[in-house]
Ligand binder design. Structure first.
Ligand code: C6P
Length: 405
């Protein structure tokens, strides 16, 4: 496996932007899609388009098979015990909202506590705030150290008999920190507390085994793992999912409906009301095939080399400050440049064909923690090269010169 052959599989990467070859360093926001994913979705719409779980005709049977196969693919990818533990949602956000609504309704009461952290994405903050407001529960927040790591001492001290759930990100979308989720889960379980892991920024970087981790819930989005938008996964341990009430009502999630009493379908359908994103599910299955074909050995090795190169190059630029220096990090780096606003940096880099993200990255509390309004962020994936990182560093130096004039 080499990066050139990987790159040829991504049509979007073969283009010029402002007469410069596109350098895409915004994979943390969404990843580019390989042909295999585009083709799988195209093929479904071209040949097999039909609804699932409903028809008896040939196309419906084919759509059912593609849909069910994709669920099994997800199950084996994260090593869940059964397909019943894999719920399709609209994304990581949809999955967290499902748990915040349904788990909290079933297992929480006024005065109970939920633990999150200062480095969470808004998607892993606001659903819990809403749940706490509904239940009269209390949200507790694990602080982040200057280095950009979770304060594990503070975490351990927050756990108590009122805590009902811990919901933490695996990898920070701003700092790149890889959190010690094994330890986090172990400590929570010692206190009989369930743990939800937000794997939106980790699922494509490293192999995740939900049984080895022993997490109670895990969420991720298809579009951040080379798959389509509008599809995501909630993994949940069966005993929790069985005890949780339905999240939304509609077709597919019922067993029998009458005006007197409605009974609900078995897992995973109980949590999948309405016609699902069938093409999205098929695309997600193809994205997993793609990742497995590339292999995590290559992914981990290539991204580690790229990240080290990025940190070295950015670290050498005078007046540039990288936010956080976590010991264990993924290929996500946020930075500030003296005297230049993050949005100006991103806009000027764009003119050089370099796509980075600027802003609060949907992590306003973390911005506040570091006393900044916005950062510029570069996020890397398997199709990036060290030459692209060199171009980013050159681009930053050239815009510093423009501002110095
Ligand atoms: N972060 C970013 O540029 P959705 O929107 O549901 O696919 O994913 C939400 C989400 C949840 N958790 C983490 C850690 C995330 O990074 C994200 C999405 C993107 O950082 C878009 S804001």
């Amino acid at each position: 496996m080499d990066v050139d052959s990987v790159r040829t599989q991504f049509p979007t990467l073969q283009q010029m932007v402002y007469d410069k070859p596109l350098i895409y360093l915004d994979s943390g926001a969404t990843m580019q899609k390989p042909l295999a994913v585009i083709d799988a979705m195209d093929s479904y719409y071209m040949h097999d388009n039909s609804n699932v779980h409903r028809g008896v005709h040939a196309l419906s049977a084919r759509a059912d098979k593609l849909f069910n196969d994709a669920r099994s693919k997800v199950r084996s990818f994260i090593n869940a015990k059964s397909d019943e533990e894999v719920i399709f949602t609209s994304g990581a956000t949809g999955a967290i909202n499902l748990v915040a609504q349904s788990f909290c309704q079933a297992f929480m009461k006024a005065g109970d506590e939920i633990i999150i952290s200062e480095m969470e994405h808004h998607s892993n903050i606001v659903p819990w705030q809403l749940a706490c407001e509904r239940m009269g529960a209390v949200l507790k927040v694990v602080p982040v150290t200057d280095a950009g790591e979770l304060d594990m001492q503070a975490y351990a001290e927050l756990l108590n008999e009122k805590t009902k759930l811990v919901a933490l990100t695996h990898v920070s979308n701003v700092l790149g920190t890889v959190n010690p989720i094994e330890k986090i889960i172990e400590l929570a379980h010692k206190n009989d507390i369930a743990v939800l892991i937000d794997a939106a920024q980790s699922i494509h970087h490293m192999q995740i085994d939900v049984q080895a981790l022993d997490c109670d819930f895990l969420v991720f989005s298809g579009h951040k793992m080379y798959g389509p938008t509008g599809i995501g996964v909630l993994y949940g341990k069966k005993h929790w999912l069985e005890a949780m009430p339905p999240y939304q009502g509609g077709g597919s999630m019922i067993e029998e409906v009458s005006f007197d009493k409605t009974t609900y379908n078995k897992l995973p359908f109980k949590f999948e009301a309405g016609t699902p994103n069938i093409a999205g599910v098929i695309g997600l299955g193809a994205a997993i095939n793609f990742i497995e074909h590339i292999g995590f050995d290559f992914i981990v090795d290539h991204e580690a080399k790229l990240t080290a190169h990025l940190l070295k190059k950015l670290g050498a630029i005078e007046g540039l400050r990288i936010i956080g220096s976590p010991e264990k990090r993924a290929s996500v780096v946020s930075f500030l440049i003296d005297g230049i606003h993050a949005h100006d940096i991103a806009t000027m880099l764009d003119r050089q064909g370099i796509a980075v993200r600027a802003g609060h990255h949907c992590a306003m509390p973390l911005m506040k923690r570091y006393g900044v309004a916005a950062t510029t962020r570069a996020t890397l994936a398997i199709y990036n090269t060290t030459e692209e990182i060199d171009k980013l560093a050159e681009g930053i130096v050239s815009l510093q010169q423009v501002f110095a004039e």
